[in-house]
Design a protein around this ligand. Structure first.
Ligand code: 5AD
Ligand code: SF4
Length: 444
């Protein structure tokens, strides 16, 4: 155990950007309790594993990863281990029963309970806090900022009311709850004062922002207010449900210069038949229309998406329609997943489950198709000058700097570290599938 004034916390994060942000909130709270972050789990006094349950794979990962903490606990019985996040929410007390060396479990609305849970653990009481609240206190907890000095996440709402038939999120994150715009603006103003230049606003369905709070701003109104924060240079957001994306939001891409020219708009399938079974509330024609409007509002906008392949009952014809849609839309990139049964969801009770090998085949075909499209899109940047927000030294090659364009393309280039946090113009000289490489053209 480290000395009392120098306690260390190790947080391991699985899942989405909201989980990343929750881990930053955890670090913020623990810093107030006298813990500083460490990347070395063997030196930690407190280990927190922040889990995801969106598919079977991250669930497995969390369980197998936690296994390695057993030995640490045996070597140091004072070590406290807590499990939080979506899988912890889903499992509750079962988590404690399955993993005897875990001291406490906390759910997605219970980050603020950490000091209490740690206190109980010290008294050898194993507690579980997975209650949902109408007012989610953890929404107002700011994130620990030392790790993300240029670009940061800010959660503006959490939960989902859509209940897509495959999705666990409404069960593990609860109903849509928005954070007050006052609290959001305060946090972002503070971040901008510390030098943060870009924020990504997070929510499972940002288009519903404000709807559950009387008199609150709408999402486009919130964006406009945030864009008035002078030191802030770029605003991003995720995730936007196609069904709820209104014309006012599309207009923001035309009118708000600070809104980065990228939108993540998950479609899930290119077949109307499957979209209906998924309960998505739009057809592929509706989706096309939104894409067109977005491209008209901001020519060149990057559009990324998510796909699920092998949803129950997905025929070859349905899958061909997905391939056809990919060719037509030409996404900049996408994430694609094999359908995974989630406990209690409507889809998990559906018949005609697709065999694993068919799902794997379809996933490969889909990803191969996109590889060519992404490369074609990236090649178009060759010789062009792009504006990059410099995030700092590249992790892969310390001699290089790394950053992103408004379109969210990763760009690596040589330059002084003092350019961190600056928008620089870079001329692209090499093109890869997931990044671009270039030379500084001008430093403003
Ligand atoms: N199986 C496979 N993929 C899923 N996703 C959500 N639930 C499931 C599931 N049960 C994917 C969707 C979503 C992304 C975050 O994860 O594509 O947009
Ligand atoms: Fe995973 Fe969804 Fe929870 Fe994010 S909100 S951690 S994707 S289950």
């Amino acid at each position: 155990m480290s000395d009392k004034n120098n306690l260390k916390v190790f947080v391991q994060t699985f899942g989405c950007q909201m989980n990343e942000n929750d881990s930053d909130k955890i670090l913020y709270i623990m810093e107030k309790e006298g813990f500083s972050p460490t990347n070395d789990e063997t030196r930690a006094d407190l280990i927190i594993i922040n889990t995801c349950s969106v598919r079977k794979k991250p669930e497995h990962k969390a369980y197998s990863s936690i296994g390695r903490f057993k030995r640490l606990k045996e070597m140091n019985p004072e070590l406290i281990i807590g499990a939080g996040g979506c899988l912890a929410q889903q499992e509750g007390r079962k988590f404690l029963l399955k993993i005897p060396y875990v001291d406490f479990v906390f759910g997605t609305h219970n980050i603020h309970k950490l000091p209490e849970l740690i206190k109980a653990s010290k008294e050898k009481e194993r507690k579980v806090e997975t209650e949902f609240y109408k007012e989610i206190r953890s929404l107002d907890i700011p994130g620990y900022t030392e790790k993300r000095r240029v670009t940061n996440f800010v959660t503006i709402m959490q939960g989902c009311n859509n209940y897509c038939s495959y999705c666990i999120v409404p069960y593990v994150r609860g109903r849509e709850e928005s954070r007050s715009s006052r609290s959001i603006i305060n946090e972002i103003t503070g971040l901008a004062e510390k030098g943060v230049k870009e924020v990504t606003l997070l929510g499972q369905n940002v288009n519903s922002y404000g709807l559950n709070r009387e008199g609150e701003l709408t999402f486009p109104e919130l964006l406009k207010k945030i864009s008035l924060i002078e030191e802030l240079k770029r605003i991003r957001f995720t995730t936007s449900h196609p069904k709820d994306m209104k014309d006012e939001l599309i207009l923001c891409f035309k009118e708000m210069e600070k809104l980065a020219e990228h939108i993540h708009l998950p479609i899930q399938s290119g077949s109307d038949n499957i979209l209906l079974k998924m309960g998505r509330g739009y057809t592929k024609t509706d989706y096309f229309k939104k894409v067109e409007l977005l491209r008209r509002a901001r020519p060149g906008i990057a559009i990324t998406t998510d796909f699920i392949v092998g949803f129950p009952g997905e025929t070859d014809k349905d899958f061909m329609e997905t391939l056809d849609l990919v060719k037509k839309v030409e996404f900049d990139e996408f994430f694609s997943f094999k359908y995974s049964d989630r406990p209690g969801t409507r889809a998990s009770f559906m018949e005609d489950k697709i065999p694993e090998h068919v799902k794997s085949e379809r996933l490969k075909i889909l990803q191969d198709l996109q590889k060519n499209i992404t490369m074609k899109k990236n090649r178009a940047f060759f010789g062009k000058v792009v504006e990059v927000l410099t995030e700092g030294k590249s992790k892969k090659n310390e001699k290089q700097l790394t950053g992103r364009t408004g379109l969210n393309k990763i760009v690596n280039f040589y330059g002084e570290e003092s350019l961190t946090g600056k928008l620089v113009k870079v001329k692209i000289e090499k093109v890869y599938s997931h990044s671009l490489k270039g030379k500084i053209f001008s430093e403003n």
